[in-house]
Design a protein around this ligand. Structure first.
Ligand SMILES: [Zn+2]
Length: 251
């Protein structure tokens, strides 16, 4: 009990209550517990590839991969936000190290990690969408190289052995398969493939994780499509639908 005529005591009492509430929040701060306390929504970590001086692949018209990945990630987040809590690992045009990308997802105990990229190749005809899930290399001397002979070497293409993604590979592959089916059903002008690869950005994700390469910016026709807001919005809708399908399934 406190005396309402002694303001200092009141202040101390309210300070104590606030501290207790903060402590309660802190105890539950490890990921879901904290966030579910507030909204109960599943967390989807969206990772716009590249950023800052790391421009990624570049199209003939001067379009940078880093720009499209951020635009598309924002659109996917907008599609998801009614039902989920989308979190972007990168929210502006700056470089983010690979471990920092998965750290965002791991810190929040995200339910899903989706890295967004655009393909680039010496071959202007290279086209289509590839959905990657993590797969270990057979030899430590091997370096991952896409069958499409990319023109750039991002951190994504280095290998790692000590990784946490191994425990999620089965669900990541299922997510990749579901994403492939969903996109193939809806997007008729690009073929969607699925591939396992030792992508380091996926290796550190402690949750089901995929990397999607949406089209080839080095292909003039696909560069035009990627710069078309309506088409990008179509991609955002189909990707978010696949994410929703996956997260709506019971484990
Ligand atoms: Zn990329």
């Amino acid at each position: 009990m406190f005396n309402i005529t002694t303001p200092n005591r009141m202040k101390r009492f309210f300070a104590l209550i606030i501290c207790l509430l903060m402590s309660a929040c802190f105890i539950t701060t490890n990921g879901h517990a904290e966030l579910n306390l507030f909204n109960g929504k599943k967390i989807v970590a969206l990772d716009p590839g590249h950023g800052g001086h790391d421009k990624g692949a570049q199209g003939a018209d001067g379009t940078y991969e880093k720009t499209i990945t951020l635009n598309l990630s924002r659109m996917i987040a907008a599609e998801l936000e009614n039902k989920y809590r989308p979190v972007l690992t990168r929210t502006g045009d700056y470089r983010l190290d690979i471990p920092d990308r998965t750290a965002v997802a791991n810190h929040l105990e995200a339910d899903l990690f989706v890295s967004i990229h655009i393909g680039g190749s010496f071959l202007h005809k290279a086209s289509g969408i590839t959905v990657y899930y993590f797969k270990e290399m057979l030899s430590p001397d091997m370096t991952f190289k896409s069958a499409t002979s990319k023109t750039y070497n991002s951190d994504n293409e280095r290998t790692t052995w000590d990784n946490i993604q191994k425990r999620h590979i089965k669900r990541s592959r299922a997510l990749a398969k579901s994403m492939q089916t969903q996109i193939n059903n809806r997007i008729k002008y690009m073929e969607t493939r699925i591939e396992g690869a030792p992508l380091v950005v996926l290796s550190g994700a402690d949750t089901p994780a995929i990397l999607i390469e949406i089209g080839y910016i080095s292909n003039p026709g696909e560069e035009k499509k990627l710069c078309d807001t309506r088409i990008l919005s179509e991609f955002a809708k189909v990707i978010s639908k696949a994410i929703d399908n996956f997260l709506s399934q019971k484990n």
